[in-house]
Design a protein. Sequence first.
Length: 107
Amino acid sequence: MKKKFFNFSGAERKSIDLACLFTFSDIRRMQGGVKYNIAIYDELFDSSFDEKGIELITEILQDRVQELDECSIVISHRKESVKAVTGDVIYLQKQNGITKRVDYVEL
């Protein structure tokens, strides 16, 4: 029986997307000799994933940092996402159309 991509839930689709992203990245690295040392994920934790899903993705990213020497940057607009952080956090705040770095954002 065939399954269509859009018959999956949002979290399932995002998991499939990430699995494809990591797979193609690994194939490119192994076969093409293309290696990069930074990966940026915009709003990775902002939708679809529950706490367990975020925990699993964080583990995968940590493994990639350790095994492949990648730097992973996750951009999030949800303050709760800081719970999943294992490295440094940079807080930005926008006021009057200007974004500035701030020392701390109250959760």
